[in-house]
Design a protein around this ligand. Sequence first.
Ligand code: GTB
Length: 217
Amino acid sequence: MTITITAFDRSPDGGKGLARDTRVRWALEEAGLAYDVRLVSFLAMKEAPHMALHPFGQIPTYEEEGLTLFETGAIVLHIGQRHPGLLPDDADARARAVTWMFAAVNTLEPPILELTMARLFERDKPWHEARLPLLETRVRTRLQQLSERLGDADWLDGAFSAGDLMMVHVLLRLRSTGMLDEFPRLAAYVARGEARPAYRRAFADQLAVNTRAPQPG
Ligand code: GTB
């Protein structure tokens, strides 16, 4: 089986692992699956061949024997459903792991994205200074709730699962804000995720792409 994913030919983060191909790479590494990566430029992402794979002209995509997927939650779920390493065998535990995947992309990621986008792209707006505390409060509320639920456990529901993979990657986006450090249990949770050999391989692979010498053309 040949698996091919797409990734930025040069991520704007310079290899910090924040672009979403990293979560797909991580899932593939946890499952022990080999994969190819097709690198695409911002321009190529909006052209017909890539738009045929991804209706919104984004990365990552996932191709496997005639099946094409987009949306990292769906891709990680697909990998977890077909290969061991990401989802528990027990049906109820599996449903709870999937619930955490949805919580990551539906409940945590939106306010985190709003905040990071505002910090990056809205600094020149007249309402920026007034809006920022609102966005920060929304994020802190979710972090506090997540931290309370995690408590002293290593992972969100028993053993490491795709729910943790998605959650850790979503939380990583906050690192540059310093907010994670306000929640030591979450900072330690993210560090546990980053320490996993599968994450380290995924991170190293995307770093190699994003720090390679400029390519001709
Ligand atoms: N909901 C989709 C999913 O989960 O797959 C979102 C996919 C998405 O946002 N893809 C982004 C993209 O293709 C790359 S990951 N953007 C180009 C476009 O929309 O034209 C988002 C991202 C980009 C850069 C950084 N960074 O540099 O820190 C972090 C995250």
